[in-house]
Ligand binder design. Structure first.
Ligand code: SF4
Length: 179
């Protein structure tokens, strides 16, 4: 796997920053789970990729630490009004689609991991958990950085990436975790 080429590919897909990291660099803060429980995104309990269905904070952490590496990805979006939920959701969906496009560029022998997204899984218009049916695409299901309780700001700071971008700009993050 050529790290440099993949980072260039991430840039060409529209990511503002990308880095290959060791999963040991990731700090987990289980107390962040309260952010999911507050349900400001409306996904708590109605998405297989979100709490409580996704797993406990320990289970999520172990899932990541069972793998050695991760590509950490950031994209930046112009969102003049942070109350514009429709635009936030639309851009998160585009960001997640960019991660899926990036994963396609990873050589097949390294494509053995899983994606971490921004926000809950939005592959289906309505998650099948709502009808108490099994996940339609378990191999594509992706939980968000918050559901994993990943301390994204710390990781971004450690890489000298911008986290707070000022008025009108929002950064989204994601990962591909693999061996
Ligand atoms: S793939 Fe569909 S059913 Fe499975 S978690 Fe995602 S939205 Fe829900």
């Amino acid at each position: 796997m050529n790290e440099k080429i993949l980072i260039e590919k991430a840039a060409s897909l529209g990511f503002s920053a990308a880095a290959l990291i060791d999963t040991k660099q990731i700090i987990f803060r289980p107390e962040f789970r309260i952010c999911c429980e507050d349900n400001s995104c409306g996904m708590y309990g109605v998405n297989y990729a979100c709490p409580p269905a996704c797993g406990t904070t320990d289970e999520m952490k172990e899932r990541v630490l069972a793998r050695k590496h991760a590509f950490f990805l950031q994209s930046i979006w112009e969102i003049p009004d942070l109350e514009d939920k429709a635009l936030l959701k639309k851009d998160k969906k585009k960001h997640n689609a960019m991660i899926r496009d990036f994963i396609k560029e990873i050589p097949e022998e390294n494509r053995n991991g899983f994606m971490i997204a921004a926000s809950g899984c939005s592959i289906c218009p309505e998650c099948s958990i709502v009808k108490n049916e099994p996940c339609r695409f378990p191999d594509l299901k992706a939980s968000c950085v918050s559901a994993y309780c990943i301390y994204v700001q710390q990781l971004a700071d450690s890489l000298n990436w911008d986290y707070d971008l000022g008025p009108g700009l929002v950064a989204y993050f994601g990962m591909y975790v693999f061996d």
